[in-house]
Design a protein around this ligand. Structure first.
Ligand SMILES: Nc1ncnc2c1ncn2[C@@H]1O[C@H](COP(=O)(O)OP(=O)(O)OP(=O)(O)O)[C@@H](O)[C@H]1O
Length: 472
């Protein structure tokens, strides 16, 4: 089934012919609004109804969810209707896709854990295994879920051994591994795509076997499983900010990229080394080295975890704290996901960016006093930008040379000449102890590329533009 194509199971007659919908009740709420209970008229069975505005993105969600449903650990889609509805007072009728979903009466995973009398490593492993089974099913179908977070892991009912099921395919994507399409511009694409690109090139050259196809989107799901496992075992996330905010901070992104997390003694001393090893393998900073779902499922800890009691239920019972954990996880996933529409360079002549347009305006000899914004904006010279991009390109793309370290040191030194006042660049360099001439510790090139690429994006987003190019 092609992404965005129409789903063969979509019914166009009114849902009210087949179901009674309880419009004023809600089972939960997400970004697309409330999920409501409904009852099938013919069988009196109860279901959940998710209503999403009908557009190509929603069609993709429906298609991919239908495609992955049918596995015991994926919330099943019973029916899909395309109906025009007026869901909000004062709104006009709008086209909606109505997904009739298997009813999950046991709530979200972490809420359940908060109520467990005795939550053990073994129970955490059992939960993780079910989620991993769902992920394997999706990955086998070449679907990356890309939104694996506690709120999307629902329990079937309130019984002791209720099944966990994966829901919400709103960010899911067919991951065909074909990252060679030439629509991206190397300097602006997320470094992970380019790492994947290089990996594919190596496969093509026969340097590494093809048996373990690697794609970044799928590895993002595995990273997410690592975060969920870490939280189950300790009660708090591996990467967090002391002051939670709506936006993920640069500091938090840096920590994620560097894998900068700890296992503090208080909560982790009783956790087994095997469990920690699974966490480490899932949170591996290099996506190509991250554990795959098959490796996870065959890990001994999943079937052999000890009955050690964990402290996480007490932490989860603080609702505000749990909301902060969920918020942090959502933000991190947003940061991890590769944008579906990669940024590309446009010439200044074609740019729609208002700042660039102002610059064009200025260049056409308009009195500067009419364009104060432009005057105040610092200008990132094309030489500084080029030198930053040279570092990204060198870290990500071939050619490889024998004198690798010296070449990189020279590129960085040159870049410093052009960006001596750029604090962001200095802070990146301090990550690997730049001593003024060379790095004092071993540089992870893919991380360096990512950090520099983020800096370039931040500088250009802030309106600091080169003379020649605009970024759209
Ligand atoms: N099948 C279901 N049975 C019971 N409750 C459900 C079901 N599906 C969703 N919910 C509840 O509704 C909430 C929102 O659902 P869902 O995550 O699918 O919506 P969304 O708008 O895509 O949300 P998000 O903001 O996470 O993208 C869930 O967190 C859950 O509490």
């Amino acid at each position: 089934m092609a992404e965005g194509s129409s789903c063969p199971r979509i019914k166009t007659h009114s849902i009210l012919t087949d179901f009674d919908v309880f419009w004023n009740q809600k089972l939960g709420t997400g970004i697309s609004g409330p999920v409501r209970p409904c009852v099938k008229k013919s069988s009196k069975e109860r279901f959940a109804l998710k209503c999403i505005l009908d557009n190509p993105r929603s069609r993709t969600e429906v298609n991919l969810h239908v495609m992955c449903s049918g596995h015991p650990n994926v919330v099943q889609v019973l029916d899909v209707y395309a109906n025009d509805l007026q869901l909000h007072d004062g709104d006009s009728r709008k086209p909606y896709l109505l997904m009739v979903l298997e009813l999950m009466e046991g709530g979200e995973l972490f809420d359940r854990i908060s109520k467990e009398q005795k939550f053990t490593e073994r129970k955490a492993a059992m939960y993780l295994k079910q989620v991993a089974d769902a992920v394997r099913h999706c990955h086998d179908l070449n679907v990356a879920h890309r939104d694996l977070k506690p709120e999307n892991l629902l329990l079937k009912d309130n019984t002791e051994d209720a099944q966990i099921k994966l829901s919400d395919f709103g960010f899911a994507k067919i991951d065909d591994g074909n990252l060679q399409t030439p629509y991206f511009t190397p300097y602006y694409v997320a470094p992970q795509i380019l790492v994947a690109h290089r990996h594919q090139t190596k496969i093509k050259m026969g340097l590494i076997p093809t048996s373990k196809p690697y794609t970044y989107d799928k590895s993002c799901d595995m990273w997410s499983l690592g975060v969920i496992l870490y939280i189950m075992l300790s009660g708090y996330p591996p990467f967090y900010s002391e002051t939670p905010s709506r936006q993920i901070t640069t500091e938090m992104k840096r920590k994620i990229l560097l894998g900068d997390y700890q296992f503090p003694e208080t909560e982790w001393q009783q956790v087994s080394e095997e469990a920690k090893s699974v966490v480490k393998s899932l949170l591996h900073t290099d996506p190509s080295c991250r554990m795959t779902v098959y490796e996870l499922l065959s890990h001994i800890w999943l079937t052999n975890a000890p009955e050690t009691k964990l402290s996480s239920p007490a932490v989860f019972s603080d609702k505000e704290g749990l909301a902060d954990i969920n918020l942090a996880h959502s933000q991190q996933l947003t940061a991890m996901r590769i944008p579906d529409c990669p940024l590309t360079l446009k010439s200044i002549a074609e740019s729609e960016n208002p700042i660039i347009r102002k610059r064009k305006y200025r260049q056409s000899n308009v009195d500067d006093s009419t364009c104060q914004d432009c005057i105040k904006k610092p200008t990132l010279s094309s030489a500084s930008l080029k030198s930053l991009r040279d570092i990204i390109a060198y870290c990500i793309l071939p050619p490889k040379v024998d004198d690798d370290e010296n070449v990189l040191n020279d590129l960085v030194a040159k870049c410093l000449e052009h960006n001596s006042k750029e604090n962001g660049f200095h802070s990146i360099l301090s990550t690997w102890n730049w001593d003024g001439k060379r790095f004092d510790s071993k540089v992870d090139k893919s991380q360096l590329a990512h950090l520099v690429s983020e800096l370039v994006q931040t500088l250009t987003r802030e309106g600091i533009q080169t003379e020649e190019n605009g970024v759209s």
